[in-house]
Design a protein around this ligand. Structure first.
Ligand code: ATP
Ligand SMILES: Nc1ccn([C@@H]2O[C@H](COP(=O)(O)O)[C@@H](O)[C@H]2O)c(=O)n1
Length: 226
């Protein structure tokens, strides 16, 4: 039955704008939102807090399978509660992003998180943000997008985002970090970052957020989902 529920998948590298665009489209459609990266971030953080080595695949997979996490909606946004602790801000740091990308390369961890992600597919629809939404998790999604941008532009966006939060960061270091994450995400053996064959490629380097959302909404209308 859940296979009949429509899904819009948006995959792509870090900083391409997936999270921003998916949140806007989900709000506009009144659909559910799956931030799959958050699950990998939470797994990396939980394993690290327990002192588990990130190359200990079966132990990290056990953490992923048993995650005690809640997403608590509030008027100011959704809080992420891990084992009773509010980790909303912590999981967004570059450090946790790096932990996430390490645990995401472990096949048993991906397997442990697969059903949890598919469970987000419920009526009236879901907008799914990640790296393998269109290639693995929701292979039958009627609308698939691969959103990208140059590493330099993504670095600049991340730099602006951090500066606005009062966090100082070096732009060259951020770009280097993004390139390292791209490399790891694209070259891992399981569910590497790549466009699904039936995905529309959008390069947002010179596009505004509104332009990207408009293009995806046109696709959604053309597919007859609304
Ligand atoms: N087209 C755009 N033009 C300018 N800034 C953008 C654009 N798209 C996104 N941004 C900004 O870039 C930053 C990163 O965007 P976002 O977090 O949505 O990327 P992401 O692809 O979800 O990254 P990650 O996978 O690391 O979570 C945000 O500050 C966002 O406002
Ligand atoms: N479907 C996904 C989503 C994320 N990852 C990995 O998690 C890291 C963090 O993701 P963000 O989108 O929150 O930045 C990312 O670098 C990937 O390594 C994944 O593998 N699959």
């Amino acid at each position: 039955m859940s296979a009949l529920v429509p899904v819009i998948t948006v995959d792509g590298p870090s900083g391409a704008g997936k999270g921003t665009v998916c949140a806007r489209i989900a709000a506009e459609l009144g659909w559910h939102l799956l931030d799959s990266g958050a699950l990998y971030r939470i797994t990396g953080l939980a394993a690290d807090r327990r002192g588990i080595k990130l190359d200990d695949e079966s132990s990290v997979a056990q953490v992923a399978a048993g995650l005690d996490v809640r997403f608590q909606p509030t008027p100011d946004g959704v809080l992420t509660i891990l084992e009773g602790d509010d980790v909303t801000t912590t999981i967004r740091t570059e450090e946790v992003g790096s932990l996430a990308s390490q645990v995401a390369a472990l096949p048993a961890v991906r397997e442990a998180l697969l059903q949890r992600q598919r469970d987000f597919r419920s009526s009236p629809g879901v907008v799914a943000d990640g790296r393998d939404m269109g290639t693995v998790v929701f292979i039958d999604a009627p609308v698939k997008v691969f959103l990208t941008a140059s590493a330099e532009e993504r670095g600049r966006r991340r730099h602006k985002q951090l500066t606005e939060k009062g966090i100082s960061a070096s732009l060259p270091a951020l770009i280097e970090d993004i390139q390292a994450r791209d490399e790891r995400d694209s070259n891992r053996a399981v569910a590497p970052l790549k466009p699904a064959q039936d995905a529309l490629l959008i390069d947002s380097t010179s596009m505004t957020i509104d332009e990207v959302c408009d293009q995806i909404m046109t696709l959604v209308r053309t597919a007859g989902l609304i």
